[in-house]
Design a protein around this ligand. Structure first.
Ligand code: SAH
Ligand code: SF4
Ligand code: F3S
Length: 464
């Protein structure tokens, strides 16, 4: 674990604010990796930053609007900083809002110097240099900043540094697949992230080794449709995600593996069998279904029925009976009536989730769903969301309470808030609080669960 010596005279500060999904968290870390060799150290506040990057999310209207209010605050900071010290601040907008409405951002928020999409962040050094030239000499700025919303995702992975300086914890994300060809009618992702692309297996394995070398013990593989992974394998053939998981589990030091987000249509036998055969693969699966109504599933272009989903869950539970299921749900998709919603409630009751996320449908510009008739009234969406969330909450509490009395392997990830307390994760992704020696940080120990709430478990270390 050697740190690169950076001349303190040349140290600059970058503040990166991340919105949205885990892939944006990963991307932000990779931006930090790209910037480190230029002398940028990460700062946890924008006030004294030389470079501010907002890594944005476009998935729902609320997420996208946050960017503009944050840019208002950044503008004030930038003005104050320049007035006080004469120091410039470069402002960049990255991620999915940047991809979807780049030119619009430039128009609405002149404070922004650089806009770049998820396929372009390996070009940050070049974009910063151009923006700084423009800031120093406004005649070079050509009225707008630097805009880069190209999609060379494969170039990006080839160009990223192989060491993972940004990985500082015991757990890390690793993107193996990006983009989506599914075109669910509510979703912006195929437009903001582009077509499906799988990284070659060797490049994923190399990155996993770099993570382990930095002390990482648990890796979560990421993709918009991670189980659609079909990267080129060492043998020249396409590898499935199941195959990749076998190879990752064989790396010395990889103790735990997870993956997210999966599509029900892409759960193949390789992957289901990996849940049976690979010890490092944790018994937790985020498998969004969105709705329990066949009519709505069809209108959403999910390309499967509720019965196919039930049959799939049965196969997964046959392979790994204790698996904890998680999902995403949308209420109020156009045309959803009370009976459709009842089908969703029924599906949730039949499957039983350990945890889940649920959202009110948000019409997104450019998606087919936004143009549909029969948009559901806001108060109906509210009502349905409340009912669904009450049911999901009940299931989550029930699932957590079912752990009481059991002994689970817990990876101790960090110190707790109280003296002598540690916090770790169960195989089912539950946070576990316990009293333990801080010297045990990073170890997996056995913990008997004594209590449970909706959000976490409490337990006692089992002494051997
Ligand atoms: N690739 C994943 C989902 C990525 S988006 C999948 O196929 O399941 C994460 C979640 O946001 C989705 O599962 C969906 O539940 C929700 N979501 C996406 N678009 C939405 C919209 N327009 N309105 C409300 N929720 C949405
Ligand atoms: Fe969006 Fe559907 Fe693709 Fe998931 S599978 S990212 S919900 S289009
Ligand atoms: Fe949001 Fe883009 Fe992720 S829209 S959910 S940040 S892929």
């Amino acid at each position: 674990m050697t740190e690169q010596p950076i001349d303190p005279q040349n140290t600059k500060k970058v503040f990166i604010k991340t919105y949205g999904c885990q892939m944006n968290v990963y991307d932000s870390e990779r931006m930090a990796d790209v910037l480190a060799p230029l002398g940028y150290a990460e700062s946890d506040a924008p006030d004294d930053a030389d470079l501010v990057i907002l890594n944005t999310c476009h998935i729902r209207e609320k997420a996208a609007e946050k960017v503009y209010s944050e840019l208002g605050r950044i503008r004030q900071l930038k003005t104050a900083r320049e007035a006080e010290s004469g120091d410039k601040m470069t402002v960049a907008v990255a991620g999915c809002v940047a991809q979807a409405e780049g030119a619009e951002i430039m128009r609405r928020a002149p404070v922004v110097d650089i806009v770049f999409g998820p396929g372009a962040y390996h070009k940050l050094p070049e974009m910063i240099a151009r923006a700084e030239r423009g800031n120093a000499d406004p005649t070079q700025r050509q009225g707008r900043g630097v805009l880069n919303t190209e999609f060379p995702i494969e170039d990006k992975f080839d160009a990223l540094p192989i060491n993972r300086e940004s990985a500082t914890g015991l757990t890390a994300f690793l993107t193996v697949q990006e983009g989506c060809d599914k075109f669910c009618t509510f979703c912006v992702v195929p437009y903001t992230r582009g077509a499906e692309f799988s990284r070659p297996a060797q490049s994923v394995l190399d990155e996993a080794k770099a993570l382990v070398a930095r002390g990482v013990k648990e890796i979560t593989l990421l993709g918009q449709n991670v189980n659609a992974y079909h990267g080129e394998g060492a043998d020249g053939k396409d590898w499935s995600l199941g195959r990749l998981i076998h190879a990752l589990a064989a790396i010395d030091g990889v103790e735990r593996l997870r993956y997210t987000t999966s599509h029900p249509r892409d759960m193949d036998d390789d992957l289901i069998n990996a849940h049976r055969d690979v010890d490092a693969l944790m018994p937790y699966l985020h498998l969004p279904v969105q709705s329990g109504s066949n009519r709505i599933l069809d209108a959403m272009n999910r390309k499967h029925t509720r019965d196919e989903y039930f049959a799939l869950i049965d196969r997964i539970r046959d392979a790994r009976p204790d698996i904890a299921l998680s999902g995403d749900f949308i209420v109020g998709f156009p045309g959803e009536n009370d009976r459709d919603f009842e089908d969703t409630m029924d599906l949730v009751r039949r499957v039983g989730y350990g945890s889940a996320f649920s959202f009110k449908y948000s019409p997104r510009p450019g998606t087919p769903g936004a143009a549909l008739e029969w948009q559901v009234e806001e108060h109906k969406k509210d009502e349905r969301l409340q009912a669904l969330q009450a049911l999901l909450r009940e299931q989550q509490i029930g699932f957590n309470k079912s752990m009481i009395g059991k002994t689970l392997p817990v990876l101790l990830e960090r110190e707790g808030r109280h003296q002598g307390q540690m916090v770790g994760r169960s195989p089912y992704l539950q946070a576990v609080h316990l009293d333990a020696d801080h010297a045990l940080l990073g170890q997996t120990i056995h913990v008997t669960v004594t209590d449970a709430t909706q959000n976490s478990l409490t337990g006692k270390a089992v002494l051997k």
